[in-house]
Design a protein. Sequence first.
Length: 300
Amino acid sequence: MRYFLKFVTRSRIHAAGTAALGLLLPPFGFVAAGIVGVVTLKYGVADGALVLAASVAVSSAIMLVLFQSADPALIFAVSVGVPILLLAAVLRSTNSQGATLAAAGALSAAAIAAVHVLTADPVAWWRSVLERFLVERLQRGRTPDPAMVESLREMAEKLAPLMLGAPTGIAIGSMLLLLLARWGHAVLDNPGGFGKEFRALRLDKRVAYAAVLLGSGAVILSEFASGLLPELFNLLVVLYVLQGIAIAHALVKHHRASTGWIFGMYILVVLAPPLAMILLSVTGFSDTWLDYRARYGGQT
C-alpha cells in the first residue's frame, strides 16, 4: 500500500490519472475519493481541487465517447468529490477528526434543511428527480418500452422515501472515505498517527446540546416540522455512532484487551445495525459529560 500511495502522490498527473481510472471502474470509485483526500491532506486544497477536476474531466470525456453519458463521473464530483475535498481542507487546517466530523454533519444538515425549505414535499421532489433520471436514461437513443417506464416509476416511488437519508449517507460516506485518506496520509508521513488521532475523535459539546434540542423538538413539534427535525436528529445519532466507535478503540487499546472486542463490535454493526447504533450512539453522546477515555482510558 505504501508503494501505491507513493506512486499516486508523486505528481498531480499520477494522482489525477489514477483517480480517473478509478472512476472508470465503478467498484473502485472509492479509490478516486481517497486519492483526492490524500493529495489535499498532503499538499493542500489547490492541489486536491486540481486532481479532482482533472480526474472528473478525463473520466467524463472517456465516458462520453464509450457510453454517451458522463453522469457517473459528474454525480461522483458533486456527491463525493466536493464533500471530501472540503472535509479534507477542514482536517488539514484543524488536525481534529472531531471538528471534521462536525463539519460533515453541518454540510449534511444544510442539505437536509435546503430540501425541506425549497420543496413543499421532499418525498415528492425526490420521486420526481429519480423518475427524470431513470426514464431519461432509458429514453436515450431508443423508444422506451411503456412497461419498462412504468416499472421505473414504481421503483422511483419506492426509493423516494429512502432518499431523505441521502444527505446523511453522503456526509458519513465522505467522512469514512476521508478517514481512509487520513490513514493513507499517515502511512506516508506519520506511521501510527492515524490510530492515535482516531481514538481521540470527540465532537464539541455544543453538538450534544443541539442533539438534545433536536430530539426534544422532534417529539414535541414533529407535526409542524414536516420531518425536518427527526431527520436532523437521526443525522446526529449517526455522528455519535462514530464517536462511540472511537471510544471502543481507545479503551481496547489502553487496556491491551483482545481485538476480539473490536471484531465483535463490527460484527454487531453488520448483523444488528439498530441495536449497534443505539449502543454506540448512546456511548458517544454520554461521553460528552462522562468522558470515558479520561476515566478509563488514560487520556486527558
